[in-house]
Design a protein around this ligand. Sequence first.
Ligand SMILES: [Zn+2]
Length: 397
Amino acid sequence: MSVINDVKQRVDIVELISDYVPLRKAGRNFKALCPFHSEKNPSFFVFPDQQTWHCFGACNTGGDVFAFIMKKEGVDFGRALPLLARRAGIVLNEPTEAEKAKDKETERLFGINELISEYYHHLLLSTTAGERVRSYLNSRGITLETIRKFRLGFSPDDWEAGKGFLINKGYEQKDLVDIGLIIEKEDGGSYDRFRNRLMFPIWDIKGRVIGFGARVLDDSQPKYTNSPQTLLFDKGSNFYGIDKAKDIIRKENLAIIVEGYMDVLAAHQNGWQNVVASMGIALTEKQVNILKRLTKNITLALDADMAGEEATLRSGEILARSLDRKAIPVPLWSGLVRCESMLVAEIKVIPLPSGKDPAEVIIETPKLWQGMVTQALPILEFALEAVVSKVDFNKAE
Ligand SMILES: [Zn+2]
């Protein structure tokens, strides 16, 4: 079952059908002369948002990528699957016993993260020690509803609180080391990785807790730490908030990328539920691959310092490289037609006021943020301005 979903996830219906008939843009969708019946006016439509197609003409039928290939190639499902799987780069194999055991083990480890996130959440909401974190969040304008929605937590100032809680629940020290919750000492002992911190559980797109972000409660550095790279957690292939944002991103056909956890909280709390955080300085290709299934319109709102500007330009580059292109036929004066590759995406940038992060702008001046989103600059304009602002024209000869 999951292979079928994998194939559906990875094969883009627009790309697939473009291989058979030239598609023309029609609003958010595409149309073409139906490849299955003869017609003069296009009544065949492709809907990228739903990843479906439909002929409203003589065929009056439609479906997904499988239905298209079965009809077009005249094959049954059993033969359509390997065709599409090959296209998606998926190797078809029955899962072995070892693989099934590994899946079960992974589920068990996700369970530990789930449990500890509830524990930290409880400590934040219902203990005296959590009071300081509650008032910090309050001072940043974060409501109780948001704290609950994102299951924010508090890891106590204690070397063994989390470890003790989980060992009591029957888990082994090794499990906790494996998912990065505790750190092993040379003498074989171990201690909690996250102590005296505001905790942000990080969910993957399927809604599983894969790791944590943690913020110090004083001015010490570094301000933020994350779970290390583990079997469950790979920072560069996930977005913070993607589980809660994915449906809205698809519906609004726009994703806004910010840098930090607090930016996501502030945005969602104020009705901007299509906002996710990159959790790092620049985007990765793996991250772009997650987003491009949901929308081709991506707006970057990274911090306004020099590092943020560079990260924006680098992210724009990665986006442009990783997003799909399609061939656009361009008629030439000679009567021939040349195909030009065109990016099927719109990348924009929200230039933030200097010294402000999105969380501050959204909480303090939601109207200003609204305007900034609607007036976001195309990345090329932003890049040009960034270059021009660095040139000192007085020195030019
Ligand atoms: Zn038709």
